[in-house]
Design a protein around this ligand. Sequence first.
Ligand SMILES: Cc1cc2nc3c(=O)[nH]c(=O)nc-3n(C[C@H](O)[C@H](O)[C@H](O)COP(=O)(O)OP(=O)(O)OC[C@H]3O[C@@H](n4cnc5c(N)ncnc54)[C@H](O)[C@@H]3O)c2cc1C
Length: 400
Amino acid sequence: MTGTTTEHARIVIVGGGLEGLAVAWQLAERGETDVLVLERDTLCAGMTGKSSGIVRCHYGVPSLAAMAWYGVQVFTRAEEILGTDIGFRQTGYVVGVGENNVEPLHSNVEMHRALGVPVDLIDADAVRSLWPGIHLDDFTGFAYEPLGGHGDAYLTGMAYGARARALGVRIRQSNNVVRLVSDDVGAVRGVVCADGTEILCDTVVLATGVWSPALAATAGVPLPIRAQREQLVLVDQGEPTPDVPTFSDLVHLQYIRREPNGHLLVGNSDHSDPEIADPDAYLNRATEDFVETAIGKLDRILPGMPDPRLASSYAGCYDITPDYNPIIGPAPVEGLFLAVGFSGHGFKISPAVGRLAADLLLDGISSDPAVDGNEFRYSRFDEGKPLASLHPYAGAGEMR
Ligand SMILES: Cc1cc2nc3c(=O)[nH]c(=O)nc-3n(C[C@H](O)[C@H](O)[C@H](O)COP(=O)(O)OP(=O)(O)OC[C@H]3O[C@@H](n4cnc5c(N)ncnc54)[C@H](O)[C@@H]3O)c2cc1C
């Protein structure tokens, strides 16, 4: 081992984004406060700040639906639980499918109901009453979650961090971890920071999102994670959009939410041809092609937009795994725990990610019978057992 040992913590969390801070918060709630979070930039300065913040329980993997449902319950009571407004807006959530996907829609809704999620199958008239003027000829079926909507991932992450700090967790920003420290038998024993400081601990939690593979490699752990660039556009319809539900369009493969100023945030759900990018050097705006496609799709469902124009755009990167689901659990070397690979849907499940990680770190088992902690294991890819939807949607399998 090299460097100067300046500190010891029971648990060091590398990465002060949404997931690292959720883990810190839930550990602290469980009474484990000998925790040090190391963030190389400022808190939530990574991909968390780019999140669209869509909140829905509509998953085909029951554990994920249960995790999202726990998330909805935490977000709904955020002021009481986290002591602050986290920007959750319960607009309701609608998912619309074409004829080919009606069967999985019904099966998924049945599964969600069994988990206690309030959700209804509704018809086009009911959707039109929620969103006057929406054009739905391309759709055959809809599900509606009245408690869904969208949140603010930055505010939420900062609230986790503030609560963790209030309970005794230490958080250091501007603290770049350059490598993990391993002992003679390969077990991880700590981290080394850019200034040469060595911090020893019982467990390192890796929560460094798209930047995780390089750091994990320093402990000899290969991570099957790549950065997938995603483009987002903000559309001004020409007049402010009224209060409408968040909408997942599984026919044209995009999602739409209303911004507080009445613009629409439009994101892509077509992952058939992912653009793999360098998370430190990618085009941080939408291309003309993307804007044209996104507005064309939007025009199919909102043909009456008075004077649509692009208000702004940006891009972010998902930390995708081969099955578009996270890795939450021990790494194949002792002393390292992974909370990585959230694949573009880590916001809504973040309260449950924190809870599951705390459960696994402190007890070795999930405390929620509806959430099988083992499903997110690192080894599932090598075992050839990717985590898959029970009722997949044709053309829109990922993140569902
Ligand atoms: C464009 C976009 C849209 C999304 N939309 C949604 C959505 O609608 N709904 C939903 O549920 N989810 C959504 N997500 C996913 C969700 O926002 C992410 O899963 C989540 O924010 C990721 O949090 P994280 O903590 O894993 O990563 P990050 O927020 O990226 O945090 C990782 C942190 O690690 C730090 N770090 C990296 N390397 C080091 C190092 N060596 N030393 C110290 N610190 C380091 C980084 O600076 C960063 O702050 C979206 C994501 C993106 C990118």
